[in-house]
Design a binder for this molecule. Structure first.
Ligand SMILES: C=C1C[C@]23C[C@@]1(O)CC[C@H]2[C@@]12CC[C@H](O)[C@@](C)(C(=O)O1)[C@H]2[C@@H]3C(=O)O
Ligand code: AKG
Ligand code: FE2
Length: 326
């Protein structure tokens, strides 16, 4: 893999003095709704426990992912190159605007039936096992994502409570699933190697699970970066750009990145819950209380199309803000 050095503008030593810790939400507790709202307002990021996703689904998919990334490069490349609307295997390159990282990954749609032929060309007879592991995991994580979105609607006191979750449940929902592998790089421990450059996730909500290797960092409002201790039995939730818009900026999509200078390999699996391509993304009238929308109206397809020409770190919502960001 190509070695990437630290861009001059990134400072890895910044530590926030007033960081109280990542909000921890226990999904089994009825009083979690208000904590969820607070976490989405303050950080756009939190960790969930008692999530209801069977540990066995997490372990099985991890084992399938390890098998996939251990295949010879030529086999992995049978998946084809990834594109913003579909399946593919990527190595070093992220998106279509020239971003690079110390990473290899598999991008999947959440409709594993339509990708079946591609699984078969990579895995042969083992394709069905891989597909089942992906399916079990996605179904369970999607259920949890919908539960969180419904608790958020309750916490915001808006109705119907499926106002966000129905977008993920829609048959046409443009949700994505991703397996990321950050190979170990013992010799570059001091070099602050970028695994996945800083960005916000575009969708409504992202559900991230990784193995016990560190690397994930989030940016706080003061611009400082915080390292998130890994926890293979829990999930980390990111507010995405679409949820920021639907709440008229009340919830913040969190800027995050992965540094990969670890002697251990990092494996992450992320479900990105998105709306149908034709969906208009706009603040919910019930949340506006007389205030103006901060955003021009756009469809999810328009957002995705415009994002193709932008770099990972760019503010993709900037194009749709009524008052241009300074
Ligand atoms: C540069 C890009 C890669 C990305 C699509 C984008 O245009 C902007 C955001 C990137 C991101 C981040 C979250 C997910 O990992 C992802 C699949 C997504 O929907 O948006 C990636 C896209 C990608 O890797 O292609
Ligand atoms: O791999 C990770 O832990 C995070 C990756 C990420 O932010 C993404 O795939 O959008
Ligand atoms: Fe991300």
């Amino acid at each position: 893999m190509m070695l990437l050095s630290k861009p001059a503008s990134q400072h890895f030593s910044n530590i926030s003095t007033f960081f109280p810790g990542v909000p921890l939400i226990d999904l089994s507790k009825p009083d979690s709704k208000s904590h969820l709202v607070k976490a989405c307002e303050e950080f756009g990021f939190f960790k969930v426990i008692n999530h209801g996703v069977p540990i066995q689904f997490m372990a099985e998919l991890e084992s399938e992912a390890v098998k996939f990334f251990s295949l010879p490069l030529s086999d992995k490349q049978k998946a084809g190159l990834p594109n913003p609307f579909g399946f593919g295997y990527g190595n070093n390159k992220i998106g279509c605007a020239g971003d690079v990282g110390w990473i290899e990954y598999l991008l999947l749609t959440t409709d594993t039936h339509s990708d079946y032929q591609k699984f078969a060309s990579i895995f042969g007879e083992a394709a069905e096992k891989f597909r089942c592991a992906v399916n079990d995991y996605i179904s369970s994580v999607k259920k949890m994502a919908c539960q969180i979105l419904e608790m958020l609607a309750d916490g915001l006191k808006i109705q119907p409570r499926n106002v966000f979750s129905k977008l993920l449940m829609d048959e046409q929902s443009d949700s994505v699933f991703r397996l990321n592998h950050y190979p170990p790089c013992p010799e570059c421990e001091e070099s602050n190697l970028i695994g996945f450059g800083e960005h916000t996730d575009p969708q409504i909500i992202s559900v991230l699970r990784s193995n016990n290797t560190s690397g994930l960092q989030i940016s706080l409002k003061d611009g400082n970066w915080i390292s998130i201790p890994p926890d293979e039995n829990s999930f980390f939730i990111n507010v995405g750009d679409s949820l920021q818009v639907m709440t008229n900026g009340r919830f913040k999509s969190v800027r995050h990145r992965v540094v990969a200078n670890s002697p251990k390999s990092r494996l992450s699996m992320i479900y990105f819950g998105g709306p149908p391509l034709s969906e208009k993304i706009a603040p919910l009238p019930s949340l506006m209380k007389g205030e103006d929308s901060l955003y021009k109206e756009f469809t999810w397809f328009e957002y995705k199309k415009s994002a193709c020409n932008l770099r990972l770190a760019d503010n993709r919502l900037g194009l749709f803000e009524k008052i241009a960001a300074s």
